[in-house]
Design a protein around this ligand. Structure first.
Ligand SMILES: [Zn+2]
Length: 194
């Protein structure tokens, strides 16, 4: 079986990259990648700045702060506190969700969207693999997020069933290890993401 062609895995990966688009931060990261070396959060302190047409400014999609406000007079940037719902807590914890095996289709996009809508959790890049979705949150709100996730249902044969069959609580370290494993599996199959 070939991996090229319009419907192969590489085509799907390309389609996903196109759908997700390229944020300002990613573009700037790409442009300066060689110069900075292994700095994990880059010179933007973890913020994901995107252009906002209404104000003609760059605004973080996570904490909603404007880039001009995140810079102090020295030009350096304050680290991103993450989602507004985290209440300024920079500590991270994770939930590893197992999709209900009784549901005959993947719920990854549906779950990621519902979790994002909650405002207290998000699915980072490389968060899904083999029916499991890793979700980032912060210690103060993770219990509430877990409670909401357990209440998410989907319809199978006209009947509501739980979307998730298991919710596992992970430390920051364990969560990051899952992302690293998922990323390695992605690279092994599709190559380095652009
Ligand atoms: Zn931010």
């Amino acid at each position: 079986m070939t991996k090229s062609g319009a419907s192969g895995p590489k085509a799907r990966a390309r389609a996903r990259q196109k759908r997700d688009g390229l944020t300002y931060t990613q573009a700037r990261r790409g442009a300066t990648a060689g110069a900075r070396g292994g700095e994990p959060e880059g010179r933007f302190g973890g913020h994901e700045f995107e252009y906002e047409q209404a104000t003609d400014l760059f605004r973080c999609t996570e904490c909603r702060v404007y880039e001009v406000a995140a810079r102090d007079t020295g030009g350096s940037i304050t680290p991103c506190p993450g989602l507004v719902g985290y209440g300024g807590d920079t500590e991270r914890v994770y939930l590893l969700l197992t999709e209900n095996p009784a549901v005959p289709y993947s719920l990854a996009a549906f779950l990621a969207s519902r979790i994002h809508d909650s405002g207290i959790g998000r699915a980072p890049q490389f968060s899904w693999r083999d029916g499991r979705l890793l979700v980032e949150s912060s210690p103060g709100v993770v219990a509430e997020l877990a409670r909401r996730v357990e209440g998410i249902t989907t319809a199978v044969g006209g009947r509501p069933v739980p979307a998730v069959s298991a919710v596992e609580h992970l430390s920051a370290e364990a969560g990051r290890a899952v992302i690293a494993q998922n990323r390695a599996a992605y690279v092994a199959e599709y190559g380095e993401p652009v």
